[in-house]
Design a protein. Structure first.
Length: 74
């Protein structure tokens, strides 16, 4: 039985391409469902899975925050 690879060598640019592709697929699936004027269950399940995956990718990002001083966003 094959095993899963647990070590990946992806760059930040690779992850950006993956994230952009997932967003594009999600948009296309959602637009198809809207054009058909129905909430197709398999389509909605796939959109939900993509949405969850995008959330997990987002949660793994490390955003800049200064170590000292007051943080002012914007």
């Amino acid at each position: 039985m094959p095993r899963y690879n647990t070590q990946f060598e992806l760059t930040v640019e690779d992850l950006d391409v993956i994230e952009s592709a997932l967003r594009e697929v999600k948009t296309n699936l959602r637009n198809d469902a809207l054009a058909a004027n129905t909430d197709n269950a398999p389509n909605c399940d796939e959109v939900s899975q993509i949405h969850d995956l995008l959330g997990r990718l987002h949660n793994q990002k490390v955003f800049y925050r200064p170590k000292s001083g007051t943080y002012i966003s914007g």
